[in-house]
Design a protein around this ligand. Structure first.
Ligand code: ADP
Length: 447
């Protein structure tokens, strides 16, 4: 026998859980479907942080930022292909998302620098710890406290739409593969991206054939297909981002915060070759242009002390360590003299506060404290910018430019917020901000 509820949220990542919490706050009855055995989705893997402008944490650190600058950076980073209205919402409301998450116990007190940002605005837990697990555990606790019906190992397989075009529910499969129907006033798609669906990735961007991915295995893009089945318009599908620093074979992503906090990139000839703080697409291409398409992240104990997130890479034995640059060069097999010279030139640039070679504008520390380290990296598929077209209410649009009644979407399943390239820290900002908007508006629509 069929069930009924106000709202079905499909996907229990950052966007879906944010939507579920807000919809419940607004008095709606919510069921969350999650196909994997646990909640969190790809959001759990987010290490960098959450971009927001005008926060208390920034003020405490004396960082001058504005929503306008955040907007400009985001548009520029996305090559102005972004939907300006969505970016406006993102950049003005992200700071409220920080307050909202903190009010539930999340730790976003540390602020760092990320690629493509004019100032430090990426918010993360104390000591630069990973953001995704912190935010997901916060949302998980809240969902529990609110008694929301979250069903893991339950997969949405179809969206039900009545003749007049209104969405009226979902067909799901339970953990035994048995199909059942949930009638709902509103459905929210929060299924994430499709980076782990190699076939789908290369159908939109053939040059990514053979690339590894940083994503969780559930990032298969079913939400795109579900949306399309009820007429949703897709935007920017070929805009697929590679993350520049992923450990070859292992597929482990090394957070952008390592570069943001001061690490440099060295190629197999022992040379620096790029401003490490350029956007992900540019740095990815820069690495692919080097010998064997790889580079080394180089850092020291000074950096290690200020960034907890790197400890994970030591635990996973991805780091080569040495007592001197010369020894390290020997261990990773690059030219010793060239590498020593590159590090010296960089340290001199930090002292002079000017990087003449590559014009890196943020030079936080000299790399000459204690031990030195190297991690080999290469780009891998990381984020799919394209997806379902939404408006500023997170309503899904059809191919005729009209709203599909009863269908909302938020997070990586949508397109338009990031344009041609997403800045590090903007995924977390996007999923929480638009997840909340979807939840709030869905609750209104369900009344
Ligand atoms: P976002 O960052 O946009 O929140 P995530 O990847 O963190 O995206 O979360 C999306 C979640 O949706 C994942 O946990 C994924 O397993 C889940 N999901 C994807 N497709 C389905 C589906 N058809 N039914 C239920 N859950 C799904």
């Amino acid at each position: 026998q069929d069930e009924s509820t106000d709202i079905v949220v499909i996907g229990a990542g950052g966007a879906g859980l944010s939507a579920a919490v807000e919809a419940t706050n607004a008095g709606a009855k919510v069921i969350v479907l999650e196909k994997m055995p646990m909640v969190g989705g790809n959001t759990t893997r987010a290490t960098g942080g959450l971009n927001a402008a005008g926060t208390e944490a920034q003020k405490k650190k004396g960082i001058e930022d504005s929503q306008e600058l955040f907007y400009q950076d985001t548009m520029k980073g996305g090559y102005n292909k972004n939907n300006p209205e969505l970016v406006k919402i993102l950049t003005t409301q992200a700071k409220d998302s920080v307050v909202w998450l903190e009010s539930m116990g999340a730790d976003l007190s540390d602020v760092g620098r990320a690629g493509g940002a004019s100032v430090s605005r990426i918010h993360r837990p104390t000591g630069g710890a990973a953001v995704g697990s912190n935010v997901i555990s916060t949302l998980k606790n809240k969902v529990k406290e609110q008694n929301i019906d979250v069903r893991v190992k339950n997969k949405a397989v179809a969206i039900i739409k009545e003749q007049q075009g209104k969405v009226t529910g979902v067909t799901a499969e339970n953990k035994d593969g048995k199909a059942y129907t949930i009638n709902a006033k509103v459905v929210i798609l929060a299924t994430g991206g499709f980076s782990a669906n190699q076939e789908m990735v290369i159908s939109y961007k053939p040059e990514l054939k053979g690339f590894a991915t940083t994503n969780h295995p559930g990032a298969l893009g079913e939400g795109i297909t579900l949306g399309e089945s009820v007429g949703a318009n897709l935007v920017d599908m070929a805009e697929i981002q590679t993350h520049p620093t992923v450990v070859p074979e292992k597929g482990v992503m090394v957070t952008e915060a390592v570069r943001g906090n001061g690490a440099i990139l060295i190629n197999k000839d022992g040379k620096r070759f790029i401003n490490e703080l350029l956007t992900r697409d540019v740095v990815s291409k820069g690495i692919l242009d080097q010998k064997d398409g790889v580079a080394y992240l180089f850092f020291d104990d000074g950096l290690r002390k200020g960034l907890k997130a790197v400890e994970e890479y030591f635990n996973m034995q991805l780091v080569t360590e040495a007592d001197s640059v010369e020894e390290l060069a020997g261990k990773i097999g690059v030219d010793k003299d060239a590498m020593m010279k590159s590090v010296k030139t960089y340290n001199d640039a930090v002292a002079a506060k000017q990087d003449k070679e590559f014009k890196r504008d943020d030079l936080p520390l000299q790399l000459n404290q204690g031990k030195v380290y190297a991690i080999q990296v290469t780009p891998a598929v990381h984020h799919t910018m394209g997806g379902l077209q939404i408006n500023t209410n997170a309503e899904v649009m059809n191919k005729e430019g009209q709203i599909i009644k009863g269908l909302y979407a938020a997070g990586e399943v949508t397109g338009g917020v990031h344009g041609g390239n997403r800045l590090g820290g903007n995924a977390m900002a996007d999923i929480v901000t638009f997840g909340r908007i979807a939840g709030q508006n869905a609750a209104k629509a369900a009344k």
